[in-house]
Design a binder for this molecule. Sequence first.
Ligand code: CO8
Length: 257
Amino acid sequence: MEYEILQLDVREGIGLITISRPKAMNALNTRFFEEMDQMLEDIHANDAVKVVVITGEGKAFVAGADIAEMVNKNETQGREFSMRGQQTFRSMEQLPKPVIAAVNGFALGGGMELAMACDFRFASNKAKFGQPEVNLGLIPGFAGTQRLPRLAGLGNALMLLMSGEMINAEEAFRMGLVQKVFEADELLDKTMEFARLIAGKGPLAVQKVKDVTRSGYNMDFDSGSEYEADQFGSLFGEGKEGKEGMSAFLEKRKPEW
Ligand code: CO8
């Protein structure tokens, strides 16, 4: 597929995806979802990419779903578009590689939902977050109503969802929605630096952290713990990543993953 909206730059184990539709504030249209599905497949198959970073070009990360595309949809098409987006965002959560959002500007509506489907979020101090769907007589459709309370708590979620109010990066940080805030001109470098840190860890261990933590989050405690034990055990034994990591520690050398 020829990419028109997404750009991928692979460097030092990091796949940097830039969403580039700046004239429409990087609004998410059908084409975006087609490209993102393909890009996730490409990245899945690309061993050179250990960690993914997603950012936006211009003054927005993503200012929401494309309102111009949505306005003429009927009820069935609205539901289909919602499910289409939900599926793509789910694929990001299921990608066996970490995905970090580098939120450079407006992350509104579907843009905030996209950021929430990443494993964690770093933000520029100029970023703004919000779920303004109620201003349009809508509600979030890319599972924002489900992810936001899980990330920021029920009260914060309902406050943002009902008011459509925009918050700045510091407020988003206090709510737990954002993990680190950087000066705007440092955001990408700092995020890439952090991504490289993760890329240097045991790749299978990082993959399993994502899977066990995300899967266990939707299980009861005992089932999640049992799943953790299974996956913990799978890293032991000759030729396994855990064996190499622990041996390297004891032999005072760097592990070879
Ligand atoms: N969709 C389409 N175009 C957009 C969008 C958008 N979400 N956001 C901005 N644009 C366009 C503007 O129309 C404008 O286009 P043009 O130059 O042709 O007039 C261009 O981008 C620049 O925007 P502004 O002139 O408005 O720029 P400002 O700097 O003045 O304002 C804002 C920036 C605050 C980001 C403002 O553009 C804004 O409020 N945008 C809309 C934000 C919004 O409401 N987002 C939520 C959309 S709904 C949604 O995401 C639901 C998700 C679930 C869908 C489920 C499927 C059914």
